[in-house]
Design a binder for this molecule. Structure first.
Ligand code: ATP
Ligand code: MG
Length: 419
């Protein structure tokens, strides 16, 4: 199956590549050296190699070794084994966690714990004895370049260095089978294309729209993690374009997708993506609650009555509608945890309060103390930018109020508690 994997990988000795130990974190180096000193093989692989070769800073460093999880655990004081589908060791040095995996081998070699259901790998704990075994289990060619701590060389199993150079995301092996084994690889393909500005090789791209619905077989908690990586890592605009193009966005946010023909909805979605990328590039913080509140605002708005109906309490209606929206076809897809859905709903509720008649200034000033006031106000501005013109006056009123030097803006209750 892994027809792209070489029996003899391309060997690049240290003088012929630019991956220097200075670009590897101290924690990852400690783990690599300790494994090597204890007689095990140890390699850096994945994003830690790929991103450094591209001159970027890796998000984390992944290490593979022939030591078994229990053996890894014995070597490090602060080590935890995690995961069922894929057992990993997490080694902690100060604040950094280094992920260490044992070589994997093909799940169908009849040994160990490789469980496949309808072509999908639900457990992947068949250990391989060599790095050659492991290379065939990697997803993309650019992720199958290994940095060997024993002589600082690189091993390139699938012509990944050439693809890095040419800017191509290419699956190792038969794309249909590899997506069936793990449908999340479709999201990963689009994420790397977005993050690196690469294009997806035609054979790797072609099956995605047809197989997109396989994502319904993936645990929603795993998809939530993927959503964060796709949208809150500085390349949300590009991720959205990729996901939409390949029919993946509708698998994650079906109710939002259904609203995208409305130009105001589309503008709001694009605007929040753009603002998120910009904030991250300026080293400002972003919150999943604000982002997801925006992503789900268009379907929420669609489902709310657009006028005050006599005898209907709008606040109660909004709570009820938002709960239905999340329960109907959202949390089953992407398991947004409660610690995020609660502030999302607060931001939505604040939209009512911030756009109410403002006769009593004192009552409004009280709202400044609301823990989500800033998020709610920023959300109001976002809606105006997207073209919800009917609330522009309210937004201006708050902007003027915040600019009024005679008013002391209270620190929100929640923030005060933290300090
Ligand atoms: P980043 O950390 O920047 O998201 P990464 O490539 O390091 O990118 P990880 O999720 O940290 O991604 O995974 C590390 C490596 O493990 C990958 O580079 C790849 O070789 C392998 N890998 C991860 N997920 C899969 C998967 N679903 N199928 C096959 N291989 C995978
Ligand atoms: Mg990584």
């Amino acid at each position: 199956m892994q027809d792209l994997i070489k029996k003899n990988p391309i060997y690049v000795p240290r003088p012929e590549h630019n991956l220097s130990r200075h670009s590897i974190s101290q924690a990852a180096l400690n783990v690599l050296y300790q494994l090597h000193k204890s007689g095990y093989q140890a390699f850096l692989v994945g994003g830690g190699v790929r991103d450094v070769l591209l001159g970027q800073t890796p998000k984390d460093f992944d290490i593979v070794t022939n030591a078994l999880p229990e053996q890894i655990r014995k070597l490090f004081r602060s080590c935890r084994l995690i995961g069922r589908r894929f057992v990993l060791a997490h080694v902690r040095f100060n604040r950094e966690i280094v992920e260490v995996a044992t070589f994997r081998a093909s799940h169908d070699n009849g040994q160990g714990e490789g469980i496949v259901e309808n072509g999908q790998i639900v457990r992947d704990n068949v250990y391989g004895s060599t790095v050659d075994d492991d290379a065939g289990r990697r997803d993309f060619t650019i992720n199958a370049i290994y940095y060997d701590i024993s002589d600082f060389s690189l091993l390139d199993y699938a012509d990944g260095i050439k693809d890095l150079h040419d800017g191509i995301i290419r699956l190792i092996g038969n794309p249909v089978l590899r997506y069936q084994e793990d449908p999340v690889r479709m999201l990963r393909a689009t994420r790397f294309a977005a993050k690196l500005g690469f294009s997806i090789a035609p054979k790797t791209a072609e099956p995605i729209p047809k197989l997109a619905s396989l994502l319904t077989n993936i645990p929603p908690a795993r998809l939530f993690e993927e959503v964060l990586k796709l949208f809150l890592s500085g390349h949300a605009v590009a991720s959205f374009q990729q996901l939409y193009q390949y029919g993946l966005f509708q698998q994650l946010f079906p109710q939002t997708e259904a609203c995208l023909e409305d130009p105001v909805a589309l503008k709001l979605i694009k605007q929040v993506m753009c603002d998120t990328d910009e904030r991250l590039s300026n080293k400002k913080s972003v919150t999943p609650a604000f982002f997801l509140a925006a992503l789900l605002w268009p379907p929420l708005l669609c489902q709310l009555p657009n006028k005050q109906i006599k005898g209907v309490n709008l606040q109660e209606k909004l709570i009820e509608t938002s709960q239905k929206l999340l329960a109907r076809n959202q949390l089953q897809r992407v398991a947004i945890p409660r610690r995020i859905t609660v502030p999302m709903q607060e931001i939505w509720l604040l939209q009512l309060r911030l756009t109410r008649q403002r006769k009593v200034k004192k009552k409004n000033l009280k709202l400044l103390e609301h823990p989500q006031f800033r998020a709610g106000y920023d959300f109001l501005l976002l809606r105006v930018k997207a073209g919800e013109n009917h609330i522009a006056d309210s937004a201006n009123w708050w902007t003027d109020l915040l600019a009024d030097k005679s008013i002391t803006i209270p620190v929100s209750r929640r923030r005060r508690k933290k300090n």
